[in-house]
Design a protein around this ligand. Structure first.
Ligand SMILES: Cc1ncc(COP(=O)(O)O)c(C=O)c1O
Length: 374
């Protein structure tokens, strides 16, 4: 039985598109892929693909500026923030952040809630003195710290946290209060999933390959006053001041990824913006967690108050059946449901491009699998 089927629209002939639950690179909106396909060989009548033209051409600069202005509109980014389109993924930011925001003797605070915040902390430890302001190891990284129990340093150069841990499926239900200390957030797997009060943050960063667009692009949103503090040895391409001064074109940017991200931003606006997306994402996640909790066969270990809307890890009562589950799911058009290689099990990622119909198809499949094996 084929549970999943996807859009066939506007005269495009698709091969069957699966409901793709990958954690990243992740599913793209079908409408965006249709537009990319329609423009691939002849972009705006130029006789060339967008990936074949100069990043300094008037036409590409228009695309770059429109992407920034649509992102600003979606997130309500104030004029006192710069938006940078960088490379190197979120992992490069793990190093760029301490290099730009903290001297070698400075203290920086890190909240550790899973694999990605731990990686960020380890990298920062190479460049400055790191204080672990919270570590959720005792719960097996299934919780977030109590907002009032953070061991923050008054003199920290910044506080870093990971609002959504993509592997563990743990998401902060609150924004930590750093007082005068700038708050830095790795939003790789949650940016654009719902409205956000950007003004609470000193710096937000995200690899594109989940809710933004193709891998290769990294978005950094940084408060103006944090620019110009980079250590002298910081490579120019990682120096926020230099990147901002050159409008993210200090060197050749990932033009194709930037163009596709711009189309995703327009798609998000056409969907009703982040309020509409947030409501959809809330419903999608609630349905899946409710189905898991109602069964005796599936289990999600994360505390109720911090379950991720974007990444839903789960296990089977009989882990030996994981392979069969994945094979049968893929045959039904439900793909990329394997958990991260570090933790195993299963994981459904429900980014913006995953429609409610995909979640419902997954739930129906899970019920049928449980009926046969539970
Ligand atoms: C929360 C989070 N931070 C950082 C990373 C690393 O991103 P990149 O591969 O772009 O360096 C990921 C990747 O999935 C992630 O989910």
């Amino acid at each position: 039985m084929k549970l999943a089927a996807a859009a066939v629209s506007r005269g495009f002939e698709h091969r069957m598109r699966a409901f793709n639950f990958a954690a990243g690179p992740a599913a793209m909106p079908t409408e965006v892929l249709e537009q990319v396909a329609s423009e691939l060989f002849d972009w705006r009548g130029s006789g060339a693909s967008v990936m074949e033209v100069s990043h300094r051409s008037k036409a590409f600069i228009e695309v770059a500026l429109a992407a920034e202005s649509d992102l600003r509109e979606l997130l309500g980014i104030g004029g006192d923030y710069r938006v940078l389109f960088m490379q190197g993924g979120a992992s490069a930011q793990f190093a760029a952040i301490p290099l730009n925001l903290a001297g070698p003797e400075a203290r920086v605070d890190y909240l550790v809630t899973g694999a990605w915040s731990k990686k960020a902390l380890e990298e920062a430890g190479r460049y400055c003195r790191v204080n672990v302001a919270a570590d959720e190891a005792p719960s097996g990284y299934c919780t977030v710290p109590n907002a009032r129990a953070l061991a923050l340093s008054a003199d920290a150069a910044y506080v870093h946290y990971t609002p959504n841990e993509t592997i563990g499926g743990v998401e902060f239900p609150y924004v930590p209060e750093g007082g005068a200390v700038p708050l830095v957030a790795d939003m790789s797997s949650t940016l654009l999933s719902r409205p956000l009060d950007v003004a609470r943050f000193g710096l937000i960063y995200a690899g594109a390959q989940k809710n933004i667009g193709p891998a290769g692009l990294t978005v950094v949103i940084v408060r103006d006053e944090l620019l110009g503090r980079a250590r002298a040895l910081t490579p120019a391409v990682w120096d926020y001041r230099q990147v901002a001064d050159e409008a993210s074109m200090l060197n050749t940017p990932p033009t194709f990824a930037w163009y596709v991200a711009g189309l995703v931003f327009k798609w998000l606006r056409a969907q009703g913006g982040l309020h509409a997306m947030g409501e959809r994402n809330r419903v999608k996640a609630q349905r899946l967690y409710a189905a898991i909790d109602a069964s005796g066969f599936y289990c999600n270990p994360v505390a109720q108050n911090c379950r991720s809307w974007m990444n839903v890890p789960f296990t089977l009562a009989q882990p030996g059946l994981d392979g069969e589950f994945l094979t049968a799911a893929a045959a039904a058009g439900l793909t990329n449901l394997a958990g991260h290689r570090l933790v195993g099990g299963l994981r459904a990622s429900l980014y913006n491009a995953m429609p409610l119909a995909g979640v419902e198809a997954l739930i129906a499949f899970m019920k049928e699998f449980e009926r046969r094996h539970g």
